[in-house]
Design a protein around this ligand. Structure first.
Ligand code: NAP
Length: 165
């Protein structure tokens, strides 16, 4: 069985994006994201794919979910449901669902592991939110706190949750 993970950076109020982009620039989180996902399959919604500044993420198998049967961007695998994305994943290790909100919501019932970055800040103009996490369904297996520094403007926590069996 493939292990399905969701990886996401979430602000205090559950926000994950605004105007098609991320809420803030947190280089430590980008590094964390890269180290977890490198060499694995990443699954994303069409909007998140189109928000990537340099196209498909290098060193990873990129799978894009869309309803559009005529969508054929280069160097990605295109599928039409999250279930199809999981089936199409060929690389070993976790299959990483990397957003956005619509794809997290569709994938949540399949997700075994949550890799959360909690950003200790609020962004008043956020317009995209992570689905609510029912704490009763999850066990926290790891938590790392980091204080803001000269490159990362907010405190943040890397938290890993495993779905209870
Ligand atoms: N904080 C984070 O960690 C993080 C991570 C990722 C993204 N984000 C942010 O999240 C926002 C984007 O999220 P979003 O919810 O607007 O878009 P999204 O989930 O990235 O993409 C939505 C698109 O995916 C396709 N789709 C969704 N559900 C589908 C289904 N069940 N079957 C087939 N296709 C489906 C549709 O594409 P078509 O319209 O082509 O049919 C839909 O328009 C951006 O602001 C982005 O920066 C934040």
């Amino acid at each position: 069985m493939k292990q399905i993970a969701a990886i996401v950076a979430i602000a205090r109020d559950g926000a994950i994006g605004r105007q098609g982009g991320l809420l803030c620039h947190l280089p430590a989180d980008l590094k964390h994201f890269k180290s977890l996902t490198m060499g694995h399959t990443v699954v994303m919604g069409r909007r998140t794919f189109e928000s990537l500044p340099h196209g498909p993420l290098p060193g990873r198998e990129n799978i894009v979910v869309t309803h559009n049967r005529h969508y054929h961007p280069q160097n990605v695998v295109v599928v039409h449901s999250v279930e199809e994305a999981v089936e199409a994943a060929t690389l070993p290790g976790e299959v990483f669902v990397i957003g956005g909100a619509q794809i997290y919501a569709a994938a949540m019932p399949l997700v075994d592991i949550l890799h959360l970055t909690f950003i200790d800040a609020d962004f008043g103009d956020a317009d995209t939110f992570f689905p609510s996490i029912n704490a009763a369904e999850w066990t926290e297996v790891d938590r790392e706190h980091h204080a803001a520094d000269e490159r990362n403007p907010y405190d943040y926590d890397f938290v890993t949750l495993n779905r209870k069996q």
